[in-house]
Write a protein that binds this ligand. Sequence first.
Ligand code: ADP
Length: 492
Amino acid sequence: MPELKILVAASEMVPFIKTGGLGDVLGALPRTLAAQGHEVRMFIPYYETLNTAGHHLEDVGWSLEIPVGNKRVIAEFSFFRDKRSGLQTYFVSNSDYFDRPGLYGHPKTRKDFPDNDERFVFFARAVLEAATRLGFRPDIVHAHDWQAGLMAVYLKTIYADDPFYDGVASVLTIHNLAHQGLFQKERFANLGLPKELFWATGPFEFYDKVNFLKAAVSYADKITTVSPRYAEEIQTKKFGCGLEGVLKQRSDDLVGILNGVDYAVWSPSHDRRLPFRYYPANLSGKRMNKIDLLGTAALPVREKTPLIGIISRLVHQKGFDLIRDAADRLFAMNIQMVVLGTGEEKYHKLLSRLEKKYPDKLKVFLVHDENLAHRIEAGADMFLMPSLFEPCGLNQMYSLKYGTVPIVSKVGGLVDTIIDFDPDSAKGTGFVFCEETPEAMLSAIERACRIYAKRRTWTKIMKAGMRQDFSWDAAVDRYSDLYERLMDTQNT
Ligand code: ADP
């Protein structure tokens, strides 16, 4: 396959910055594309909270003036070259826009920054301008989520007659349709586009507001999302977040490509964050991790009691209202639970209240802690993910690898990754519940607990999960195919 030049932009990337799965995906996908021979340049904002430890960043030695509305804003750039894969990551700096305590809003108030439109107009244009300055003419521009999505819009508007970008194709990946980049219509002027482009039901207008993601969906040459099931779901009213109509119109250009797992980071056999490593052939380390985790959680060690783990943003999407409604029935069962997460205040309060009520059964860590995330994956027996919608979900795939049996709702990427246990054939990798009710969730947990007591069957389920392979190579092949097909259509 010929090597392609790919320009990628997103607002998160592991190991530099992450609030959720988006960061994990961008930490692996561009690097794997580069390792497969493509020439990849990746751009992210240089946030105040960026973690550059162990990475030597170089200054490009020039800056650019970027038009944002009627302002001209200075963009500075530094970069890091990953020697192994050849991936070059560029960091776009502007202290007014990115020297803030949070990425999209203030962590304390949890309110979005009022100038997020300006910040990401600046980012999208700065990336396209920098590629020109670098003389890096891409075959493909791959924008992730609304924060980078305007690049697809600009290629067909501001840069439509620019010979540098002539024939360049764009791909938009939607990681979570719940986040669209919505702004008051008066802010449209900040995009630097003719005002005639903003009209009722047009590509930018959404209930009298400006919608960055809708515009990106309308202008991108191809649209992907992070699982096949979610690609279908978002074309329906239930999951479309108001964009189902636009997505349906583009259904010929919309595909679902399941995210991969970076097994260099998430494998119990060589995970340096674990006190005890283990393998499918010898699971004794998992038992030790459980005892160790119970110790950290200050929960009584009850080895025969199933320990359920949750690692999650604490938001409505992740099913915490189901947990609230099921709580007393759940903790009446013979289980223990460890929860790691941060998010909405009301869920912090809910979980803290439950922790006080069930001190020997529940421990809650209301922080972001990478090490603890790994230790929970390893130490728990089961992993609960009762999401109301789930574009892909990564933790259920990590759980499979760690022999931590997932209990999941039947939505999005959870459907594409977890096989419900069938007692007749004794086959399956987890427990899936169909209805969005506390009863359905509780009954899946009960089913799991019953099987947990049958050690041989349980070990079989664990091992079936550990054998699953969701490595990035398969996903990257699908992206490469998509790019190739897109290039073919551009050239005909
Ligand atoms: P989403 O992107 O919707 O948050 P995913 O399952 O796709 O959900 O990815 C979540 C990622 O964020 C996982 O890598 C998970 O381990 C991590 N994560 C979520 N909350 C925390 C936390 N409090 N501490 C550490 N890691 C977390």
